[in-house]
Structure formats: C-alpha cells, structure tokens
Design a binder for this molecule. Structure first.
Ligand code: APR
Length: 176
C-alpha cells in the first residue's frame, strides 16, 4: 500500500473513493462536507437521505463509515465518516482512529484500489493536526496488518494547508 501526502482540494481528486468528514445526520454541513456536496451535486444529498430512510435511520455513528456514489465528483464513490467532536466532549482518540480504519474497510469491501482522505476531525471538530495524523498513521498500519490482501493500493491524504501537509509528512516519515 502506497501513502501519498499532498496539499489540495479533495473534491478534485480522481480516486476510487473520497472520504467525507461528515456529521451523524449525513445531511451536509460546512468544510469538507460542504465542498463535497457542492461538487457532487444534489444527488449526493438525496443518496444520504436514502441511507437515513433505510440502513441508517438514526444517522451515521461517530467512528463509522458508509458509502454512496460520487455523482458529479471525479471519484466514483464517497465514503462518509463522522469524527468525534472534541467540542462536544468526544475526546476518545480510538473513535478518530476508527474513522480512518472503517473508511479503509469500506473501501476494501467495495474493492476500491485508491482512497483519498481529508484530515478528518481536524477542523470544526477540534482535533490538532498531529493528533489526526497520528490517528491516520495508526489506522493505516493496523489496516495493512489486518488486510494484507486488500485491493486498496493507494491511500492519499489531501490536506488543505501547508502546515497540515507538513504535519502529516512528519508523522508518516518519522513515526514515533
Ligand atoms: N479539501 C481538503 N481538505 C479540506 C477541504 C477541502 N475541500 N475543506 C476543508 N478541508 C480541511 C479543513 O481545513 C480541516 O483540516 O479538512 C479538515 C477537516 O475539517 P472539517 O471539514 O471541519 O471536518 P471536521 O473537523 O471533521 O468537522 C466535521 O464540520 O462541516 C462540518 O458537517 C461537518 O459537522 C461536520 C463537521
């Protein structure tokens, strides 16, 4: 599995699945959520509403992941995940690790070859960049060990600022 760390807009990535930093309602928001819904078009919200009407009547739990088509995005699919909201007292790091590992598991179940992550939790939900990068690092390592034959060959981390890009590179290139 290759890991690529870059600065950019995740909605422009042409991979098999882009990960959305959603909230449990799955009905949109700001940040990455807003950008992905804008780029994907209104069908994405309709698909999320369908999930709420069927398999996810109570919304997507924190740390879980669920896929929809990508519609007008260059990526075929969107994998929605919900980070723990530090401002709401959700400070359990294991849930942040789970966002990355569950998204990888869903990508593998869809036989995706490539996936792009934003810094889930690193914006509105209040996690520091290094905490997000270390959670992502732990999730990738755990997934690689538990899924040696996964179809997922490329994992991108698409970061919105040079500082976040540097933080991810520091964690992935000189792991603690
Ligand atoms: N591409 C890549 N990264 C982006 C983009 C983008 N287009 N837009 C924002 N980011 C970055 C932010 O700078 C931050 O580093 O993604 C990271 C995650 O920030 P948020 O989008 O705020 O996600 P999160 O912290 O998980 O909060 C989720 O915010 O938008 C709402 O509905 C969402 O309630 C949910 C909460």
């Amino acid at each position: 599995m290759r890991v690529r760390i870059l600065q950019g807009d995740i909605t422009a990535r042409s991979v098999d699945a882009v990960v959305n930093a959603a909230n449990s309602s799955l009905l949109g928001g700001g940040g990455v959520d807003g950008a992905i819904h804008r780029a994907a078009g209104p069908e994405l919200l309709a698909a999320c509403r369908e999930l709420r009407a069927t398999s996810l009547p109570n919304g997507l739990p924190v740390g879980a992941a669920a896929a929809t088509p990508g519609f007008m995005l260059p990526s075929r699919r969107v994998i929605h995940t919900v980070g723990p909201n530090r401002h709401a007292g959700q400070t359990n790091r294991a849930l942040l690790v789970s966002c990355f590992s569950e998204s990888l598991r869903v990508a593998d179940s869809l036989r995706a070859g490539s996936i792009a992550f934003p810094a889930v939790g690193g914006g509105v939900y209040g996690w520091h960049g290094r905490q997000v990068a270390e959670a992502a690092f732990d999730a990738v390592n755990g997934f690689t060990a538990s899924h040696p034959d996964s179809t997922v060959e490329l994992v991108e981390f698409v970061l919105f600022s040079p500082e976040m890009e540097e933080t991810f590179k520091a964690v992935f290139e000189q792991p603690r």
